[in-house]
Design a binder for this molecule. Structure first.
Ligand SMILES: NC(=O)c1ccc[n+]([C@@H]2O[C@H](COP(=O)([O-])OP(=O)(O)OC[C@H]3O[C@@H](n4cnc5c(N)ncnc54)[C@H](OP(=O)(O)O)[C@@H]3O)[C@@H](O)[C@H]2O)c1
Length: 331
């Protein structure tokens, strides 16, 4: 038995390619005093990982060339010399893109796969769900009856943000790429409407779907979608700026023409990072876990099989090939 790892092989300039990763085998780590070893079952692939590959100032430490790619996994403790974690415990841990990782327990969350499925702790009941909860409640501050637009609406964060806004009694309009994703957003997630931004005429489609204008925009993508939504924003509306995935491979794509809307409509825009609000994780996770457990919050997953397929799945995520939370199954 060997460990498998994916290392950052080189920093991309522009689009990420397979050559930027290296797949290696290594010995399975052993736990030192105060540590335990986790066998990962699922690895989460997330857009933020693109930023970690760059040598640029950011809110978090970059990944180093030659090191295991950063990332979060859920799995089972298989060896322990830690008093609070025992063999057989299930945990969510930042062990990165590998099968086995060592931990001293810092930042590790114990999870219960009998309550919600194990993989959900990386999606709706994990960081993406918490991000949606914080963005909507703290920054969007949506109220019943208001119109909320959510981009990347079928994705890990967007699907939760839109469903939470629906539960609050808002009119919710999604924006997603293609008919299949839009059908899912309306028919399964029960958004009031969903617009395919790849079909053209985005401004006109938004105006038709939001007859009362837009009170809250939960922005996951930036770029041309943000530009179009700006034309429909109401006076004193809010934008929760969560992500800018349309520009992660190409920052030039983030140009905004309709900037004047901020002034004319006195829009409040707030960029936020989920880790700014660690005090809110506990209440957010409690609510999200309950909603998933009771079947009131739905989610969908794209699952790549085997660690060796993680780089291709990550490249696909940055190009919209995932449909729901992107995971890699490791066991
Ligand atoms: N601020 C925070 O703390 C925080 C935390 C987590 C995530 N985020 C951000 O939230 C966003 C969504 O993350 P996620 O994990 O939920 O990913 P996701 O939505 O599950 O997957 C990414 C989706 O982005 C869309 N996309 C890709 N390229 C695009 C483009 N050029 N224009 C428009 N849409 C594009 C694709 O959906 P379509 O096919 O529908 O285009 C793709 O499926 C990302 O921007 C991420 O960086 C922020």
């Amino acid at each position: 038995m060997k460990n498998q790892q994916v290392l950052l092989a080189a920093r991309p300039r522009g689009p990420v390619e397979l050559k930027h990763f290296r797949f290696v085998e290594a010995p399975i780590p052993a736990a030192a005093d105060g540590e335990f070893v986790v066998r990962a079952h699922y690895l989460s692939l997330d857009p933020y990982m693109r930023g970690r590959m760059d040598d640029a100032k950011s809110y978090a430490r970059k990944a180093e060339v030659g090191e295991v790619m950063v990332g979060t996994a859920v799995g089972e403790v298989v060896e322990s010399r830690h008093e609070k974690f025992k063999v057989g415990d299930f945990v969510e841990t930042r062990t990165g893109w590998q099968l086995y990782g060592r931990s001293d327990g810092g930042g590790v969350r114990k999870i219960d796969p009998a309550y919600v499925p194990l993989s959900a702790y990386l999606g709706a009941v994990g960081m993406p769900g918490v991000t949606a909860w914080i963005g909507l409640n703290e920054h969007g501050r949506s109220k019943p009856g208001e119109t909320v637009v959510v981009s990347a609406a079928s994705g890990a964060v967007g699907s939760v943000a839109g469903q939470l806004a629906k539960l609050q009694g808002c009119r919710v309009v999604g924006v997603a790429g293609g008919n299949a994703k839009c059908d899912y957003v309306v028919n399964e997630l029960k958004f009031d409407a969903c617009i395919d931004y790849k079909a053209g005429n985005l401004e006109a489609a938004l105006a038709a779907a939001c007859p009362q204008g837009v009170d809250v925009y939960f922005d996951n993508v930036g770029g041309p979608v943000l530009d179009a939504v700006l034309t429909q924003m109401n006076a004193f509306s809010r934008i929760a700026l969560c992500g800018q995935i349309s520009g992660y491979n190409n920052p030039d794509a983030l140009t905004v023409r309709n900037f004047r809307s901020f002034l004319v409509n006195r829009i409040q825009l707030r960029g936020f990072i989920c880790s700014d609000h660690m005090d809110l994780w506990r209440p957010a996770l409690k609510e999200l876990g309950m909603l998933v457990h009771e079947g009131k919050l739905k989610y969908r997953e794209s699952i790549a099989q085997g660690l060796e397929n993680a780089p291709a799945a990550f490249i696909g995520l940055l190009n919209g090939q995932n449909f729901g939370k992107q995971l890699v199954k490791l066991i």
